[in-house]
Design a protein around this ligand. Structure first.
Ligand code: NAP
Length: 419
């Protein structure tokens, strides 16, 4: 593919995928990166430096390919926010990483992040939530949490099918619901906004498939379907039913249900088997606090996943730390959970851990487990030695406050020491 304003590195090879959409990874991959808006200028280069060091320490090499979205794209592509070059790069090179992108309020587009996920069909948002030693947390035993959240990215009330109060369209929908579908007197009179909540078998099953595959590959004990099927029977209830159905259809040997666990195995799961559970979302929000260690991999529709992954993220230290990745079939785009925090842009101040640990997910997903472990261990070592950025320093006693770039250098030094 000929790119307009993107330079493909001369060195390095492409990551490709096999017939099962598994990545085939050379030792010198070309990896597209968007530094991002606002603090992306700070955390993008910091993450690059750390990931490069981890690759080098394990005998490999990352060849970065800068691509652009948001402000950096507008400067280069005549005002365009999400140029074709960028989409093509992620399609062609399969695995990439991005920093945060600003969504200007009232700018006529919903969110560049959402647009990217949609255009690349990255249908899962994956967020590992585990505690790193030394990171301050609002709970007493943050180390009990070691969960991986799989949130559906394309459906549910986030599908964007909604109508504004006062429009002809919303009136038509209201009439259709009341008169043709017979839900008379369900919607109060007066101005109303209406949205649609689609949850499909296709969307549910491809998400749950990813969660189960992950659980099997990573020796996890359980996958919990988190839903509000008690109230929304035909959407969230269907999500639960299709989730169990998928497990039984495609992974009959590797999964059992929680009922089977008690009825047939007396509560002791056989070695290597993943237990499929389900929990109601509101209960789940308290269970992650009260029975944290009983949860492992979670699979959730979009809205539940949004709430739950932030709540879980807070338990292990919050935004500066929380990493994520968006995953499609044979495609992955890692990104931190936090936004572009414009007030700190370019100040070399914020915590790059979230972007660095998002890169760690990327390394893990391409099979570089040793490099991924090194990144995690080096970040942990740095934070537990109390050499930290402002956000952590203000919460601990006796910390040494480092700039973003200094903190990244410290992690690199720890990588070299630990390797
Ligand atoms: P934000 O950028 O995440 O920042 C909110 C606050 O979180 C910051 O003021 C800071 O708190 C803390 N924080 C965030 N990142 C941090 C880091 N790396 N290190 C330390 N502290 C950090 O949220 P926002 O201000 O609501 O959103 C700003 C823009 O980002 C918006 O345009 C939004 O749409 C966009 N956004 C993008 C993404 C994405 O790209 N995926 C995600 C969310 C939001 P203190 O000031 O208290 O220290």
């Amino acid at each position: 593919m000929a790119y307009d304003k993107v330079e493909v590195p001369e060195e390095g090879e492409k990551i490709t995928v096999d017939d099962d959409d598994e990545f085939i990874v050379p030792d010198n991959p070309i990896i597209p990166i968007i530094h991002g808006d606002g603090i992306g200028k700070d955390v993008g280069p910091a993450a690059q430096k750390v990931l490069e060091a981890a690759a080098e320490a394990t005998g490999r090499e990352i060849n970065w390919m800068r691509v652009y979205a948001g402000e950096s794209a507008r400067e280069r592509y005549d005002g365009e926010n999400l140029p074709e070059d960028t989409l093509e790069a992620f399609k062609e090179f399969k695995v990439g990483i991005k920093g945060p992108l600003t969504t200007p309020v009232g700018a006529g587009f919903r969110s560049l992040n959402v647009a990217l996920r949609k255009k690349l069909d990255l249908y899962t948002n994956m967020r590992p939530t585990y505690h790193l030693d030394g990171v301050p947390s609002p709970v007493k035993a943050p180390e009990k949490m070691d969960m991986v959240n799989f949130r559906e990215n394309t459906e549910d009330v986030y599908a964007g099918i909604e109508w504004e109060a006062g429009t002809d369209e919303v009136q038509q929908v209201k009439e259709f619901v009341e008169e043709e579908m017979g839900f008379d007197a369900t919607i109060h009179d007066g101005p109303v906004g209406i949205g649609v909540k689609p949850i499909t078998e296709f969307g549910t099953k491809r998400l749950v498939r990813q969660a189960i595959k992950y659980a099997i590959a990573n020796d996890r004990d359980s996958v919990t379907l988190v839903h509000k099927g008690n109230i929304m029977k035909f959407t969230e209830g269907a999500f639960r039913d299709w989730g169990y159905e998928l497990a039984a259809e495609e992974f009959p040997e590797q999964t059992i249900t929680e009922d089977e666990l008690w009825e047939e195995y007396d509560g002791e799961a056989p070695e290597g088997v993943v237990v499929m559970k389900d929990r109601i979302a509101d209960n789940m929000l308290q269970q992650i606090l009260t029975r944290t260690e009983q949860y492992d991999v979670l699979a959730m529709p979009n809205l539940n996943g949004d709430y739950l992954s932030d709540a879980a993220g807070a338990q292990i230290g919050g935004l500066g730390i929380a990493p994520g990745a968006n995953i499609g079939d044979g495609r992955l785009l890692a990104e931190p959970v936090h936004g572009s925090a414009p007030k700190y842009a370019g100040e070399d101040k914020v915590n790059p851990s979230a972007m660095i640990l998002s890169g760690r997910i990327m390394l893990d997903q391409i099979g570089w487990h040793d490099a991924a472990d090194l990144v995690r261990d080096a970040v942990e070592e740095t934070i537990s030695s109390k050499k930290v950025t402002y956000d952590i320093e203000r919460q601990i006693d006796g910390g040494e406050k480092l700039a973003t770039s200094e903190f990244a250098d410290e992690i690199v030094a720890n990588i070299q020491e630990l390797a």
